[in-house]
Design a protein around this ligand. Structure first.
Ligand code: HEM
Length: 256
């Protein structure tokens, strides 16, 4: 009995996996919005799951506990971010096809890079915005703003409440400062709720495990790609009432 127990401890405890196709692995189960496909799979199976993209092993965390354990304890020590994978996922999502061999590969991508470099040169002049920071900040903020406006357009009560708050606090003041923004409690709650329901980085940056570690009792091995589904976590009904609803007031206590 003791020997069986010792042997069991030696066997790897891998997270639950899903039926796979030869060569493709689980790729056929992932749609144009991977965070939504991951959530559908994890709702069906487990908040920590093991997938295969071709030959690449991928672990997806969709629960706050597993994500916290990984990000707080193991992230810096045992993994590194994988920019290459992010790039190819973004290209794939944005253009709906593989980058290599496409028309985009040679001609149009060159144009894009040239335009981006010209833009970078302008910003490099004041050395405030390295190019990556510029991209990381502009797109995420613009997407958040668009979602926020869409939610307010759908809800006239919230729109008027926010307009009243701004008129009362700012009025006809020409120059708005950070001190003024501090008083806009309702606007801040609207922004938090927008970031919760529509995070512009729904899967965080993918990491690659560089050595073995354990999360939630599961073994994770080097070369595994790790994805944290922030989109699924922030809609988890175990933590929030009516998580699919846009309800800025839920942040009242944290903002007061
Ligand atoms: C609504 C606005 C924004 C959202 C939702 C957002 C979201 C994110 C997310 C999800 C990540 C990945 C974090 C991780 O995987 O650990 C990230 C990384 C990053 N963001 Fe933002 N971001 C925003 C605005 C900005 C702005 C304004 C800047 C710069 C001025 C910026 C610069 C960066 C940089 C440099 C990283 C990479 C950090 C690293 O490699 O460790 N972001 N952001």
């Amino acid at each position: 009995m003791k020997q069986i127990k010792a042997l069991k401890r030696q066997l790897p405890n891998r997270p639950p996996s899903h039926p796979k196709l030869p060569l493709l692995g689980n790729l056929h189960q992932i749609g144009a919005l991977p965070h939504q496909s991951y959530k559908q799979l994890s709702d069906k199976y487990d908040p920590v799951m093991h997938l295969k993209f071709g030959v690449v092993p991928v672990i997806v965390f969709s629960s706050a506990e597993a994500a916290r354990e990984f990000l707080k304890i193991h992230d810096l020590k045992y993994s590194c971010t994988v920019q290459r994978l992010t790039g190819s996922i973004i290209l794939r999502m944005a253009f709906g096809k593989k980058f290599r061999g496409s028309n985009f590969d040679n001609n149009r991508f060159q144009d894009l890079v040239q335009a981006a470099s010209a833009l970078q040169a302008r910003f490099a002049a004041n050395e405030c915005f390295p190019y990556y920071m510029f991209l990381a900040g502009v797109d995420t903020s613009a997407i958040t703003l668009k979602w926020e406006m869409s939610e307010l357009v759908r809800n006239s009560r919230m729109m008027s409440k926010s307009q009243d708050e701004i008129r009362n606090c700012i009025g006809k003041k020409g120059r708005v400062t950070e001190v003024d923004i501090e008083q806009l409690y309702f606007l801040k709650m609207i922004i938090k709720e927008t970031l919760r329901l529509h995070p512009s980085g729904p899967l965080l940056l993918p990491r690659e495990a560089v050595s073995h570690f354990e999360v939630d009792g599961y073994d994770i091995y080097p070369k595994t790609i790790i994805q944290v589904n922030a989109w699924a976590i922030s809609r988890d009904p175990n933590y929030l009432k009516k998580p699919e609803e846009f309800c800025p007031e839920r942040w009242w206590l944290t903002s007061a």
